[in-house]
Design a protein around this ligand. Structure first.
Ligand SMILES: [Cu+2]
Length: 351
């Protein structure tokens, strides 16, 4: 019962925050090399568990719910790392984060105390990033702490994380404006290798209505078999029952050499194609597969509604707002770009 109540509160909070978004700053925020630590590899954190400073509010919730909070907390936390480049014309401060899988998320900093023990503490005032500056969130330093996780984070999967930036004025004071970015974060056992390709504003259309909520009960179970009804319908009319979605993003090529995207794949889809949208002789918008997408050196490939997109077909499970999926783009050179894609409500703007 308490879990359900928390879920409702979180959902309400998300709606309130989303409706107050405004963005006066011009330019892009690059989120590069993001990853969340799989919870199965948290042994290092667990052994030093008593040294982790869990904020009072969380400690209260935990001690109410479980008889031994010292153990449960260790299973229910993870950390998210990334490099953030501020290519807007305003100074930004990363002041908050949230994820549908976590009861709470905090911006943390790791420090070594007088007794050589590593401790974490919330960052006061956020992480400030000047125009054309960057901030590294990495093990041993800044990170986003996911607290009160409602599910294990399994390597190879992805989660959706929403970052909140405060826009600062010339004097470094908050203007009251905030910018939100919802990004997909791959769940991994270790940091990804650096890549010359930056993916911006990736998002996928939901395949069903509803929203991810905590504590299960929303039908998010990747291993769940299809219902008999769905399987039967699919057999009799595979086209009509095919569950599809489209993925959009911008891919920036910083490699210094021309590339082309020649294929894509995803664990959630039986078939993935590169599509373009075209208006036919009867003014009807149609989609058709394309062989390649150019990705010239120093330029970006734009995939957007009404234009090029990655088409996910024969999707194996519901994609709900708040969910995230992994997508792999294959380049002509043989290189692969791994993209974690958040499922976003198209009406919310998709970026
Ligand atoms: Cu399509």
């Amino acid at each position: 019962m308490r879990r359900f109540f928390q879920a409702v509160l979180l959902l309400l909070g998300t709606l309130l925050v989303t409706s107050s978004v405004s963005a006066q700053a011009n330019g892009d925020i690059y989120i590069i090399g993001a990853w969340a630590r799989a919870t199965t590899s948290l042994t290092v954190i667990s052994t030093g568990g008593q040294n982790i400073a869990v904020p009072e509010s969380t400690a209260e919730v935990e001690s109410e719910n479980v008889p031994d909070p010292g153990i449960m907390q260790m299973d229910a936390v993870s950390a998210v790392y990334m490099t953030i480049e501020n290519h807007t014309d305003r100074t930004l401060s990363l002041i908050g984060a949230s994820s549908p899988y976590a009861g709470a998320a905090e911006i943390h900093e790791s420090t070594i105390d007088d007794n050589d023990v590593m401790r974490m503490r919330p960052v006061e005032g956020g992480i400030v990033i000047v125009p054309e500056g960057s901030a590294a969130l990495e093990p041993g330093g800044y990170h986003i702490m996911l607290l009160d996780l409602q599910t294990g984070l399994i390597a190879g999967e992805a989660l959706s994380v929403t970052l909140t930036f405060a826009v600062m004025d010339e004097q470094g004071a908050a203007t009251g404006e905030t910018i939100e970015r919802t990004v997909g974060v791959p769940i991994r056992d270790e940091a990804p290798s650096p890549s010359d390709f930056v993916v911006l504003d990736a998002w996928a259309r939901p395949t069903a209505s509803g929203e991810m909520s905590m504590g299960g009960g929303s039908g998010i179970d990747p291993s769940a078999p299809k219902t008999d009804a769905a399987a039967t319908e699919e057999a009799s009319d595979s086209m009509a029952m095919d569950v599809v979605s489209a993925v959009y993003m911008r891919v920036l090529n910083r490699s210094g050499s021309d590339e082309r995207i020649i294929a894509a794949s995803s664990p959630v889809a039986g078939m993935v194609e590169i599509h373009e949208s075209v208006v036919d002789d009867h003014d009807v918008m149609r989609m058709r597969p394309v062989e390649v997408l150019p990705l010239s050196a120093g330029a970006e490939a734009v995939l957007e509604p009404g234009g090029n997109h990655i088409m996910l077909m024969n999707i194996q499970r519901d994609l709900l707002v708040g969910d995230a999926l992994m997508l792999s783009l294959t380049l002509e050179s043989g290189a692969e770009i791994q993209v974690a894609v958040p499922v976003v409500d198209p009406l919310a703007g998709g970026s």
